[in-house]
Design a protein around this ligand. Structure first.
Ligand SMILES: Cc1ncc(COP(=O)(O)O)c(C=O)c1O
Length: 375
């Protein structure tokens, strides 16, 4: 049976062009980019070229790109780094209830250190109302962190509007763009953000590399102190191997044209589901402001995990977990107010550059078989 991968929001395969760009750094160019001799030259040049490629995708200056180990580290650096740097100015952080744990958990940690954190609600489609931010922000607010697009349901948040609110009130705006990069435009000036996180393995680069964009003039306290790598913002000898990979992936991600095809496939999938299951299947997420590749649907009255377990060869994710015999909805679905008998049947299908029409049609057929058997 053909294996079908529909979990690109969890991770993407390494693009062949990215793997080719990495190869010389696996076998030849081993120098430390900070050394002053011949062995460093190639590594240093490659590191800076990669920084430029990331900057070109984000529309920022090269020196605003800080390489990290991935999205989680970038988010931690943004939240803790800004909080520690701005402690004298205020102690209030605003975020949302639908963030990834790589935002929620650093917030919980900072609460233990005395931060006050407001978790803004979202509507039934997973979208935040900028007026709620306007009301929550105070003179003590130092940082607002709102994800660009949600990893589970794909809803795109009104970042530019939120950034205007934050800027008017003197707070920094961070966005977690781990899921939006390479899927929709992520230029920092259009979004108006001060800090932005990306994760390599969501954009056809390997795991273990990411970036935090830090706008010029914004100071953050490093998490890792040491020698002055990355402009003093993240110590540790840079990996030219991983930076080159992310750089190449970002160069490829500038061309968003593949997303038109992905959106068409995702629409085909949704239409097929509606044809087969009618009102027994509902869409989770915003009908319009949604990532082109993300289709989160609920099979009402069913259990997502049980469907997936029988859906041979199809890799996708469920939005609910079973804890001691009880089905628990994910915090995102809970924040959206999804009813338990719909939420427990939630499955996230996320498509990618190499998804084909045949795969979508085969997944539909397998779903139809599984649900017919399940009665
Ligand atoms: C929205 C979002 N932020 C952050 C992360 C964490 O990124 P990483 O796996 O690179 O640490 C993920 C990964 O699932 C994500 O979806």
């Amino acid at each position: 049976m053909q294996a079908i991968y529909l979990d690109y929001n969890a991770s993407t395969p390494i693009d062949p062009a990215v793997a080719a760009a990495m190869r010389p750094f696996l076998v030849e160019h081993y120098g430390n980019p900070s050394s002053g001799h011949w062995a460093a030259t190639r590594a240093k040049a490659a590191l800076e070229t990669a920084r430029g490629q990331v900057a070109a995708l984000l529309g920022c200056h090269d020196d605003e790109v800080v390489f990290t180990s991935g999205g989680s580290e970038a988010n931690n650096l943004a939240l803790k780094g800004a909080f520690f740097a701005l402690r004298d100015k205020g102690d209030h952080i605003i975020t949302t209830r639908i963030e990834h744990p790589a935002i929620i958990e650093p917030c919980r940690f900072l609460e233990r250190l005395g931060a006050r954190v407001t978790y803004l609600p979202v509507d039934g489609t997973g979208r935040l109302d900028p007026d709620d931010l306007r009301k929550a922000i105070t003179p003590r607010t130092v940082l607002v962190s709102i994800m660009h697009a949600n990893n589970e349901v794909g809803t795109i948040e009104p970042i530019a509007e939120c950034a205007r609110v934050a800027r008017e009130r003197g707070a920094l705006l961070h966005t977690d763009a781990a899921q939006s990069i390479g899927k929709i435009a992520t230029r920092v000036d259009e979004l108006g953000v001060d800090l932005l996180s990306i994760a390599g393995h969501k954009v056809y680069a390997p795991k273990g590399v990411g970036t935090l964009f830090v706008r010029r003039g914004v100071s953050i306290e490093p998490l890792i102190h040491g020698a002055g790598h990355e402009g003093g913002r993240r110590a540790g000898t840079e990996s030219a191997l991983l930076a080159v990979a992310l750089g190449k992936a970002c160069e490829l991600a500038r061309d968003l044209s593949a997303m038109d095809r992905v959106r068409a496939l995702s629409d085909r999938f949704w239409q097929g589901l509606q044809r087969q299951f009618g009102g027994a299947v509902v869409l989770n997420g915003h009908p319009k402001h949604r990532l082109p590749n993300t289709l989160n649907v609920s099979f009402v009255g069913r259990v997502g995990g049980e469907i997936l377990a029988r859906l041979d060869g199809v890799a996708a994710s469920t939005g609910s977990a079973c804890h001691s015999g009880r089905i628990e909805l994910s915090p995102v679905l809970q924040a959206m107010g999804i009813a338990p008998n719909a939420g427990m049947g939630a499955i996230r299908f996320s498509l990618g550059r190499s998804t084909t029409r045949d795969e979508i049609d085969a997944a539909l057929e397998r779903l139809s078989n599984v649900l017919a058997v399940a009665g």
